[in-house]
Design a binder for this molecule. Structure first.
Ligand SMILES: [Zn+2]
Length: 353
């Protein structure tokens, strides 16, 4: 059974206990999402607003579960939804005889991807104690009026939301409050340091990264990316963040030392050292992707440059799918049969929270 879970808010960057088999993919169903639910800690969180006309494209992942019921339970656990609320606030498709337009929309999408079931969080909008979507002006005034600590949490939530969740409220928040979307930890760190006393986790990130880079690299050392491979639940050796999916093995040409990092740390390595990481021609696809995501952080070698020796296992055809390396045949087939693009950006490793 292929069971998918939809995401659009903090689930995407903070899945906690949710047992996922894949990264988050960006081509979920279009849903009427809006920042329309006051959470217990005063954030305005993204929920499906059934009556809403504007839609954003949700994200999705494959769950490691045996049945739709189990999927409902694991998502309920992550969302803190229990008991009788489980069937009310965690939706499951298919749902016999349902006339719900969201069910129909999700169903049409799921059939195309040959998914057996889909689960998603169906918490209703809520504002000032009523089950309703706040008007745009109300929402803006509410966020503006929050005390400092709550406002920082609310800001972080809005800015961390995946860029593709492009809603009218989000545009207005960006315009009025400057809450631009965060694309990488680099942006987020600078935001935190400039607007508040700083987020301990974020400061910790830079301290850890700086000290590990200092152990690995001295000025003018050349650093090559040797290998790129996917592995669920890995750890970035530069910042300690886990879980990461895509691993980039970087080697220091002078010392031979190797450090395996998540891709946002490729960019942050450049921020810390001012030095670009060399990507040899056989990793051109990875290099191109990183150049697009983090301009200036990667240097792509021309074929004429001498390359580090590769073992036969590491040497492979550039046209072959990169995800074959380091992945079990079973996992490979699963990805392949799902038609998944392994180079879909993986928001899991966007930020170290
Ligand atoms: Zn890292």
């Amino acid at each position: 059974m292929r069971i998918a879970c939809l995401g659009w808010g903090s689930l995407v960057w903070d899945k906690r206990t949710l047992p996922t088999l894949t990264p988050w993919f960006q081509n979920g169903p279009f849903l009427p999402l809006e920042f329309a639910r006051q959470s217990s800690d005063d954030r305005l969180t993204l929920v499906i607003a059934a009556s809403y006309a504007v839609c954003s494209r949700s994200l999705w992942t494959v769950l490691s579960v045996e049945s739709p019921e189990q999927a409902r339970h694991v998502l309920g656990e992550r969302e803190g939804v229990q008991g009788t609320n489980l069937s009310k606030h965690i939706a499951v498709w298919p749902c016999e005889g349902s006339e719900d337009p969201i069910q129909k929309r999700v169903g049409a999408w799921a059939r195309e991807l040959r998914l057996s079931a889909v689960v998603w969080t169906a918490l209703p909008p809520r504002f000032n104690g009523a089950e309703r979507v706040p008007a745009l002006d109300e929402a803006l005034a509410y966020l503006k009026g929050l005390p400092d600590t709550s406002q920082r949490k609310a800001e972080r939530y809005v800015r961390m939301a995946p860029v593709q969740i492009d809603t009218p409220y989000r545009r207005r928040f960006e315009e009025a409050l400057g809450w631009t979307p965060v694309r990488s930890i680099v942006d987020y760190a600078s935001v935190q340091h400039s607007t508040s006393s700083g987020d301990a986790t974020t400061k910790g990130y830079w301290e850890t990264a700086r000290s590990r880079v200092a152990n690995f690299w001295k000025k003018n050392d050349v650093v090559n990316c040797e290998r790129v491979y996917p592995k669920q639940g890995g750890t970035c050796e530069m910042c300690g963040y886990t879980p990461i999916h895509w691993h980039f093995a970087l080697s220091n040409q002078r010392t031979g030392a190797v450090i395996t990092v998540a891709r946002n740390c490729i960019s942050n390595f450049y921020v810390l050292t001012g030095q670009k990481i060399h990507f040899p021609p056989h990793l051109r696809k990875a290099g191109n992707l990183l150049s697009k995501l983090y301009p200036g952080s990667v240097l792509q070698l021309e074929p004429a440059v001498t390359l580090p020796e590769l073992t036969p296992e590491e040497e492979y055809d550039d046209d072959a799918p990169h995800y074959g390396i380091g992945m079990s045949d079973e996992a490979f087939e699963q990805w392949d049969s799902l038609g998944l693009d392994p180079w879909d950006p993986d928001p899991n490793d966007l930020a170290p929270f």
